[in-house]
Ligand binder design. Structure first.
Ligand code: CTP
Ligand code: MG
Length: 401
């Protein structure tokens, strides 16, 4: 069987899945709508666009208000009354997370607009994306979006969240519409160059919002919908496209976790449990904790040869590092002023009273004892520091025998 057909079976919800989800959505909407005054709840995101992946448990709900005062508060009251336990998520406009029948509903209050020009907040434009996708993508193209989402997940480039910096669902939809199909997109992507622009910008783009591949937002022609994409994820995606064209395999549609046998090869491996809360927020904190370890290894002279991290957005995260040096010298030369600078020299001597002053290339130095000589001692200390432990629920260094 053709690989794409095989992959589609994996990612496309069956008629049964569709019916089940639509029943759950309808039930949620009618409960919510019966309590709402001056607003209407509708389904949004990939469910409304018909581009959701089988097994997905996220449902985006948009509550459209005609007038715009205190819409988060107004929505909160109704949600609490209708569903009881809800979580308020702070953002440029607060929205809500509601767990219902095994699904995570993200309920977003928006002002109903006909053009992005009337939007007061970026989320106001989201229903226009849904309209655009439903007008411009055929059923076949929507299936191609599903393939593309899974392809990006497999190479680790799906999601515009700060801790991923990959392609958002909407960007993939716009790309498929532009190129016509999954196949054509992949074939074109291998020739993408940094700075390429997909689509026609209505006006000059904001220079600060450029990214390795600019994708003009069709409903908002001055916006780069792909502004979140990092160079690393751009290259990673291109590499996967090249690989796929060389050898078409189902492997390109399988999300790979981390394998114990691969982790074991690295000098340092950490297992971190994320904090509780929204994926986006706790994911960003995980990334920051990872960067803290990396930057400290660099600044303390152990050096980082290569490193990486992995999180499947649930459960534990893994950080790994290969360092340039596992042991450092016991002492480190701490340089002072040039020998000629009398005043500064006195100051230096005073500060290092009792230590022997040496000279080298016209400058003075003292030998200071290093606090950490061994990389394992250092990281074990580091992961207890606020910059790391404050950003995760727990973190441990793994040792493999
Ligand atoms: N959105 C956007 N840009 C982003 C994130 C979100 O424009 N960086 C808007 C889009 O209109 C999108 C909606 O918010 O349709 C919902 O976001 P999300 O759930 O992340 O995307 P989906 O399209 O629903 O894709 P998925 O299947 O991953 O849920
Ligand atoms: Mg969604």
């Amino acid at each position: 069987m053709d690989i794409l057909k095989k992959a589609l079976i994996k990612v496309k919800p069956t008629l049964f899945d569709e019916k089940r989800v639509s029943k759950i959505v309808d039930n949620f909407l009618s409960r919510l709508n019966s309590g709402l005054k001056g607003g209407a709840a509708v389904v949004g995101g990939s469910i409304a666009k018909g581009t959701w992946l089988k097994g997905s448990h996220d449902i985006d709900i948009f509550v459209l208000f005609i007038d715009g005062d205190n819409i988060s508060e107004r929505l909160e009251r109704v949600l609490k009354k209708t569903f009881g336990k809800i979580e308020r998520v702070h953002g440029s406009r607060d929205y809500f997370s509601v767990r219902n029948k095994g699904f995570d509903f993200e309920v977003i209050p928006v002002i109903k607009v006909c053009s992005y020009k009337d939007a007061r907040n970026v989320t106001d434009v989201s229903p226009l994306h849904v309209q655009w996708v439903n007008c411009h993508l055929s059923e076949k193209m929507k299936d191609d979006v599903r393939l593309l989402k899974q392809f990006c997940k497999s190479c680790g480039a799906y999601g515009a969240e700060t801790f991923i910096k990959g392609f958002s669902g909407y960007v993939l939809e716009v790309l498929v519409a532009n190129y016509g199909s999954f196949e054509k997109l992949i074939r074109s992507a291998v020739r993408w160059k940094r700075g390429d622009v997909v689509g026609n910008a209505g006006v000059e783009l904001d220079r600060n919002k450029l990214s390795p591949l600019v994708v003009i937002d069709p409903v908002q022609p001055e916006r780069n919908a792909n502004a979140a994409l990092s160079l690393e994820k751009f290259e990673r995606f291109k590499k996967a496209c090249k690989g796929f064209l060389k050898k078409r395999s189902i492997e390109f549609f399988i999300e790979k976790g981390v394998l114990l046998k691969d982790l074991k090869k690295h000098d340092l491996v950490f297992v971190a449990k994320p904090l509780k809360g929204k994926r986006d927020i706790v994911g960003t904190k995980l990334l920051k904790a990872f960067e803290e370890v990396r930057d400290n290894l660099e600044s303390k002279e152990f050096g980082v040869e290569s490193c990486g991290w992995w999180w499947n957005r649930e459960g534990e995260a893994y950080f790994w590092f290969d360092v340039k040096r596992k042991k450092l010298s016991k002492v480190v030369k701490h340089y002072g002023p040039p020998v000629g600078k009398k005043e500064n020299l006195e100051e230096f001597k005073k500060r290092h009273k009792g230590r022997e002053i040496h000279k080298e290339n016209g400058r003075v130095f003292v030998n200071l004892k290093r606090r950490f000589v061994d990389v394992y001692d250092f990281v074990d200390y580091l992961i207890k520091e606020e910059g790391v432990v404050g950003r995760v629920r727990s973190i441990k260094r793994k040792t493999y025998k």
